[in-house]
Design a protein around this ligand. Structure first.
Ligand code: NI
Length: 176
């Protein structure tokens, strides 16, 4: 296992379309995912896509803490290989996001409120399910990385983009 360096916005690996994984059960993929898990745990993020550790393959990992789920039940650490997303319904929700590749910053992004996902797992099987709210947001954010899209590219108004501390202060004032 190894903690890997995380690519930052501006690096070409974050701007390209990642390649599908041809053999999800290949032990080299398991090793790569182990390294992604260790890197994510070290960085303290919610999710990580393989391009963020300079590997242009369609793999994402994430976990959603209980506090971010409406029912208070966490989504455990999940590995999705070659994931595909499809919206369920037309509803969209705006909320604030951050990214380990855009450190110190946050921005407000509209995303589908509900979606279906399907992917391969490390054994080569199929994973599928539905997600909504923050879980759906995480999936869209991570899968965007596989298509060379970083969340700042999806911000409607750049007024809603800034440094964490400044935006936090602004939100506290707005909510007061
Ligand atoms: Ni990200």
């Amino acid at each position: 296992m190894a903690i890997l360096k995380i690519a930052r916005m501006g690096h070409p690996v974050l701007a390209r379309v990642a390649d599908p994984v041809t053999e999800p059960s290949d032990p080299r993929i398991a090793k790569l995912v182990d390294d992604m898990m260790e890197t994510l745990a070290d960085a303290g993020g919610i999710g990580l896509a393989a391009p963020q550790i300079h590997v242009p393959l369609r793999i994402v990992i994430y976990r959603v803490p209980a506090g971010r789920m409406p029912g208070g039940v966490e989504v455990p650490l999940t590995v999705l290989i070659n994931p595909r997303l499809a919206p369920v319904g037309e509803a969209r929700e705006s909320d604030w996001e951050g990214c380990l590749s855009v450190p110190g910053m946050t921005g407000r992004v509209a995303r589908w409120a509900r979606l279906r996902f399907t992917a391969r797992d490390l054994k080569g099987g199929t994973v599928e399910g539905e997600a909504d709210g923050f879980h759906a947001r995480v999936l869209q954010h991570e899968c965007d990385h596989l298509d060379g899209i970083l969340y700042p590219m999806r911000i409607d108004s750049l007024r809603d983009f800034g440094f964490n501390e400044e935006i936090l202060r602004r939100r506290e004032q707005e909510e007061a």
